[in-house]
Design a protein around this ligand. Structure first.
Ligand SMILES: *Cc1c(COP(=O)(O)O)cnc(C)c1O
Length: 415
């Protein structure tokens, strides 16, 4: 469910016409609907009912301060993968005590920063990282709360670039090793075991692999508790898929039921780290048509957004729905929607049925709220898009469009 709807033939974000908005702030622009984000947050949170749980929004999906501030206000915790993301959470008023820190390559400087803020938990991904965290803890005379991220060795059945639970993945450690690490950590004075963690991948559209992984992870949690480790948090990761075109992902209710069933007899507080399912369909990328042309028997529509603005189609063949902002009558035809970047992979949509738009018309690339702006770059000397947060009839620019001078800030042309 989202709040992007046509009103008298013009696509609106809640009460705001995307045509008017584009005239005001230009294109390309990311537009988020706060009501949609709030609804998704509530649905996920309420799916766990009275069971002890904490929703930790995955900041890497989309990290604008305005989105983080709203989520923090509604009670969300956060999942970060760098010191930079943690700094964002703090800047937005998020609670570091309800924040977990994941990632295979945390530096000791990032660990020290996070520990000083009072981070809820470090999700540790290797034996050497655990030793580094212990050093940092001892240096700061604190015990760093940690979980070992377990790699359950399951195939999440999602795209290979976003699967993280395969035995060959760089993420996490195998079960046997995880158990040894908890035992070793007991003698390390800079550490305090707080939880067990796993995350098997993103854009999950089947629950079987998750259920299989969580049964094992919950088993490990119980064994460790029985051995006297003072665990409280069982972090099951994120990854619930969304509908981009015709996928049929499980509902948040079914996903939560799977998690609850697998973790029921652990007495743990269950942490979930959703990113895409909260923000993916709460955002669109608004773009304007520049030109039409024919090439090799195909019709190309050249737009002013490219792979530097929205990388997912080029990075993993993602298919986003692309719709005209103002509905047009006429015969539809099959076109490729392409960006201006000098790369053959800069195709935002291939083989799309559209009434051929004219130069100047607006298109909305749907489902662009997650891994859109957060992956944007300035490749080809292109300033990154503006971001707008809509709430009812109000549209607020929450990140101004980058200026070209911003692109060489910090560079030195001197001889
Ligand atoms: C990316 C990531 C998530 C969020 O994944 P979504 O598919 O966006 O829900 C959660 N946890 C970890 C550790 C991640 O790296």
């Amino acid at each position: 469910m989202d709040h992007f709807r046509p009103v008298r033939g013009v696509l609106h974000a809640e009460g705001v016409s995307l045509e008017r908005l584009a005239a005001r702030v230009g294109t390309p622009t990311y537009v988020y609907s706060e009501a949609t984000l709030r609804r998704h947050y509530r649905v996920v949170d309420q799916a766990f009912g009275g069971a002890p749980h904490l929703v930790c929004y995955s900041v890497k999906a989309s990290g604008n301060l305005a989105l983080l501030a709203s989520l923090a206000r509604w009670g969300s915790g956060f999942d970060v993968v760098s010191g930079g993301e943690l700094a964002r959470v703090l800047a937005a008023g998020g609670d570091p005590g309800r924040t977990v820190f994941a990632g295979v390559g945390k530096t000791e400087a990032e660990m020290a920063f996070a520990l000083r803020t009072g981070i809820g938990m470090f999700n540790v991904e290797s034996a050497e990282e655990l030793e580094a965290l212990d050093r940092v803890g001892r240096r700061l005379r604190r015990r760093a709360p940690f979980a070992i991220r377990v790699n359950p060795g399951v195939d999440a059945g999602t795209h290979r670039h976003i699967s993280t639970g395969l035995p060959t993945s760089k993420f996490g450690v195998p079960f046997e090793e995880a158990r040894r690490l908890y035992t070793r950590a007991r003698r390390m004075r800079g550490l305090r075991a707080r939880g067990v963690d796993c995350h098997i991948g993103s854009q999950l559209t089947r629950l079987g692999p998750l259920a299989a992984a969580l049964r094992q992870v919950a088993g490990l949690y119980r064994v460790l508790r029985a051995e006297g480790h003072p665990l409280e948090w069982l972090d099951v990761g994120g990854g619930l898929g969304i509908r981009y075109r015709d996928e049929e992902p499980p509902s948040p209710d079914r996903w939560a039921a799977t998690v609850r069933a697998a973790t029921r007899d652990t007495e743990a507080t269950v942490l979930v780290e959703p990113g895409r399912v909260l923000v993916g369909n709460a955002g669109v990328l608004l773009t304007r048509v520049l030109y039409r042309k024919r090439a090799g028997g195909r019709t190309l529509v050249v737009v002013d957004a490219g792979m530097n603005d929205l990388l997912r189609p080029a990075l993993y063949g993602a298919e986003h729905a692309i719709v005209p902002v103002r509905a047009r009558r006429g015969r539809s035809r099959v076109v490729d929607v392409v960006g201006p970047v000098c790369e053959s992979t800069d195709v935002l949509g291939r083989d799309r049925r559209l009434v051929l738009p004219e130069a100047g018309e607006l298109l909305a690339i749907r489902g662009a709220g997650a891994y859109g702006m957060s992956m944007a770059s300035t490749y080809n000397g292109r300033p990154r898009p503006a971001e707008v947060l809509v709430s009812g009839k109000r549209a607020r620019v929450v990140r101004r469009r980058e200026r070209v001078e911003d692109l060489w800030r910090g560079e030195a042309a001197g001889r």
